[in-house]
Write a protein that binds this ligand. Structure first.
Ligand code: PLP
Length: 390
């Protein structure tokens, strides 16, 4: 391991030098990748369409900054708005930057409406929204906050409620509440889904209380659940939403989509990003979006999600003491274990399957969205062998 890289990651001593589809290659081995770089490589590794988009743009122009018009950015924004509730888009480079922008835009909106004290955002238990100073406050992990905030900063601008509990949420709302922000399906927090009625009640509450609804679709968006955006499953649209991860298929890009009334409050100089939405990133994201927005593609993600789930449910029946539940939607899938998952991920890796832990006792299965049934079968059979060994 390098002596020169900050040791903030507990890295696995494994280096991949090549990738193709759902497979990763070391010098002398191959691994089935059911992590997709943590829900990023949505079209797999070395996807020819993405390579072509990147290479074509790389030969023309990489970056000019947002001082100038960028037609690739304009086209991407138009497409994202066309596919969603949104009227305007802001581009950045990551999920945490998108969270930052969401919080700023929410606060600016209320400020411009003559309510400068409406700054508090209600967030959920088990939330994860990134690792910047603002997003660690929105997230629920105490360890992510430890040492970074002044003691009385810990609840600065955010209050946390239990999921699926509309009464508690209602009680938290006061005159300074600006918005409710949550992941429609929680990723890092353990692949947690919420009831349809929770979504509907929140939407109604937001309307009644004149507060904003914000979704973090950094992990659950871009077709991961078999809909382009996971909130489509619930028939509830937000006022503002973040995207990142899958949007660039591995090229860093983030986005915040919003309705006009919010966009109007963000005038010149109110926010910015040097790299955000540059030609290279937007060209790749356009190629990603072209693929993942196809009806056929989305239906296949749904079908493969159900196929994977069925096999996992069978394993749950066979190992009821080890597996508590199968969670998630589409190819944002989790296996909830009765114990810590560290050993399971290690065993799977030894058998050449890459998985990602979430929370303490959930293993995430995040294959590329174009994964084949044959590769799903291989993953399931490795998982079965690991369960046998546990
Ligand atoms: N929001 C959610 C729901 C995430 O899952 C993540 C990352 O895992 C983030 C925000 C932060 O994204 P990034 O790591 O790109 O800053």
């Amino acid at each position: 391991m390098s002596n020169y890289i900050l040791s903030n990651y507990n890295r696995i001593d494994l280096e991949f030098i090549n990738g193709k589809g759902s497979w990763l290659y070391t010098k002398d081995d191959k691994y089935l990748d059911f992590s997709s770089g943590i829900a990023v490589n949505c079209l797999g590794h070395a996807n020819q369409k993405l390579i072509k988009a990147l290479q074509t743009q790389a030969g023309k122009l990489w970056h000019t900054s947002n001082l100038f018009r960028i037609s690739e950015q304009e086209e991407l924004a138009k497409k994202l708005c066309g596919y969603s509730f949104a009227d305007k888009v802001f581009f950045c480079n990551s999920g945490a930057e998108a969270t930052e922008a969401i919080v700023k835009i929410i606060r600016k909106y209320h400020y411009m409406m003559g309510n400068p004290n409406k700054k508090n955002i209600i967030v959920l238990n088990n939330a994860f929204h990134g690792r910047t100073m603002t997003s660690i406050q929105a997230g629920s992990s105490k360890s992510h906050r430890e040492g970074f905030l002044a003691k009385n900063d810990c609840d600065c601008g955010f209050s946390r409620v239990k999921e699926n509990n509309i009464l508690q949420l209602k009680k938290q709302i006061n005159k300074n509440t600006a918005a409710i922000l949550f992941e429609p399906i929680q990723g890092e927090g353990g692949i947690n889904t919420f009831s349809n009625s929770f979504f509907k009640d929140i939407k109604r509450l937001c309307k009644e209380e004149k507060i904003l609804l914000a979704f973090d679709e950094v992990q659950s968006g871009i077709a991961r659940t078999g809909k382009l955006f996971s909130h489509e499953w619930y028939g509830v649209t937000p006022d503002i939403m973040s995207l990142a991860k899958g949007l660039g298929g591995g090229f860093p890009i983030g986005a915040v989509l919003m309705v006009d009334k919010l966009a109007k409050c963000m005038g010149y100089g109110s926010h910015g990003s040097t790299f955000g939405g540059n030609q290279l990133a937007c060209s790749v994201a356009l190629a990603v979006l072209k693929e993942v927005s196809k009806k056929k593609f989305l239906l296949k993600v749904q079908r493969n999600g159900l196929f994977l789930r069925k096999h996992l449910e069978d394993l749950k029946k066979k190992y009821p003491d080890i597996i508590i539940s199968i969670k998630g939607k589409g190819l944002l899938t989790g296996i909830e274990f009765s114990e810590s998952t560290e050993k399971f991920c290690f065993l799977a890796r030894k058998k050449k399957l890459i998985l990602v832990p979430a929370a303490n006792n959930v293993v995430r299965l995040l294959p590329p969205l174009n994964v084949s049934k044959a590769d799903i079968r291989i993953a399931v059979s490795i998982i079965k062998n690991c369960l046998g060994e546990l």
